[in-house]
Design a protein around this ligand. Structure first.
Ligand code: FMN
Length: 426
């Protein structure tokens, strides 16, 4: 089975210290060239897709420690559609804060403009700060968010399906642009959303842009089981990844779908070097620059908690640890805190890195190729979401040095055979 790779784009790289070690202009990440260069590199490496995350509200501590470049992913991907021709374009969209009609239109627009390369990463938005940004009085809890997500996705796919494939007839003689008989009326009435009306343009090349899902809680996996064709996960180890994928497959089957059509691409941060020692030096330099102040605030923020409400010099309050965790990331943090009840938050959080809970691979291209194949053979992954610890450097190294090894071993395509993202994922 051919592997699948998704390139996670992040300003200067996924490691929090990346922007401090790369020589590039710190403001370069606010211009199209930065994204275009990465997208072209990923396409040169025949990767399935590039991916842009979305965060709808930014806690202010982040401004100090991390480059802030959270543009609208669809706007950026639409620009990238013009400078690439084959690679898939996946962006995040929130089922808690968007409206189904608006989101359906934006992703279908991207699918049209890119010739069928769009993917929607369905997220429910963890950060409670988004509520204030959108003028809502309360951020819904996890169960509520996922209930809305099912209904939202239902509404979006109905919108995408309303125009029949062959609705545009373009008959100049009769003066008929589209056949109304081939466009379904759309009336969606749910608990959370009502959508009356169709999209203002015909069905896009893929019909439905590819559905992607990244939530790790039982409710998140339930959403993936019903809808997702591609799943991003953040397993801490190969064994955890096998368990995750096995569990997902059985839930996909229980939902009446074919597990063979769902690709699981765990998030993997990579730091590469010509020798292992060189890779380790690069990783050490990144870690040395990491701020402990950032770590504890970020552990809370990515778990869906507001860092301003906490004192890092005392343990997390017992009342919090006893209650329901607001996300799967919070559950991980709570578990670490329960294991060391006397330890201050700052110490517990020091070991918690990276927003997606990803594994950090440090080594040579040869070692990474071995690692990838080992995970694939163990049934842990269908490929990876590659997060360069620094960008564009780690991604270029992956494309130039790891991809050829995987091709030689017959594990990865040597050319694109499909045109659409869904075809790449086959
Ligand atoms: C590779 C990867 C990418 C993600 N991208 C986003 C994103 O762009 N925006 C977002 O709000 N959450 C993102 N998440 C977080 C998940 O969507 C989800 O919100 C998180 O895992 C918490 O939900 P859960 O409690 O169901 O796991 C990502 C997670 C992973 C592993």
């Amino acid at each position: 089975m051919s592997l699948h790779f998704n390139a996670f784009i992040w300003p200067h790289g996924y490691h929090e210290s990346a922007w401090r070690v790369v020589p590039d202009d710190v403001r370069g990440v606010l211009g199209l060239d930065y994204y275009a260069d990465i997208a072209r590199t990923a396409e040169r490496g025949l990767m399935d897709s590039i991916f842009l995350a979305d965060n709808l509200a930014i806690a202010e501590y982040r401004l100090t420690h991390l480059p802030q470049t959270q543009f609208d992913p669809i706007a950026v991907l639409s620009a990238l559609a013009a400078v690439t021709s084959r690679i898939g374009l996946i962006g995040t969209g929130s089922t808690t804060y968007a409206k189904p009609w608006d989101l359906a239109r934006r992703f279908a627009t991207l699918d049209h403009l890119s010739g069928g390369r769009a993917g929607w990463n369905i997220v429910t938005t963890v950060t409670p700060l988004a509520a204030a940004a959108f003028g809502e009085s309360k951020h819904p809890d996890l169960a509520d968010r996922y209930e809305r997500a099912h209904e939202f996705t239902d509404a979006v796919t109905q919108l995408w399906d309303a125009w029949g494939d062959d609705a545009v007839v373009g008959d100049r003689t009769r003066g008929v642009w589209a056949d109304r008989e081939r466009v379904r009326e759309n009336h969606f009435h749910g608990v959370f959303h009502d959508v009356d009306g169709i999209l203002p343009f015909p069905r896009s090349p893929q019909g439905r842009p590819v559905l992607v899902q990244a939530g790790q809680s039982p409710a998140g996996i339930g959403l993936a089981a019903r809808w997702a064709e591609l799943v991003f996960s953040g397993p801490p180890s190969m064994d955890a990844a096998v368990a995750f994928r096995t569990n997902l497959h059985s839930q996909v089957a229980a939902a009446g779908r074919d597990p063979g059509e769902v690709r699981v691409l765990p998030a993997l941060m990579i730091t590469l070097g010509g020798t292992e020692a060189e890779a380790r030096d690069r990783a050490r330099r990144l870690e040395e620059l990491a701020s402990p102040e950032f770590r504890w605030q970020n552990a809370l923020y990515t778990a869906g908690l507001d860092p301003d409400g906490f004192d890092p010099n005392v343990p997390l309050p017992a009342s919090l640890l006893e209650g329901q965790a607001p996300s799967s990331r919070a559950e991980q943090l709570f578990e670490a805190a329960r294991a060391r009840p006397q330890a201050p938050l700052r110490e517990v959080a020091a070991a918690i890195t990276g927003g997606a809970g990803q594994t950090h691979f440090v080594g040579t291209p040869q070692q990474l190729a071995d690692f990838v194949i080992e995970w694939q053979d163990a049934g842990a992954a269908d490929g990876f979401t590659i997060m360069g610890s620094t960008l564009p450097y780690e991604l270029a190294a992956f494309v130039d040095h790891v991809v050829p090894i995987l091709q030689q071993r017959g594990r990865f395509r040597t050319e694109y055979t499909g045109r659409t993202l869904r075809e790449h994922l086959r």
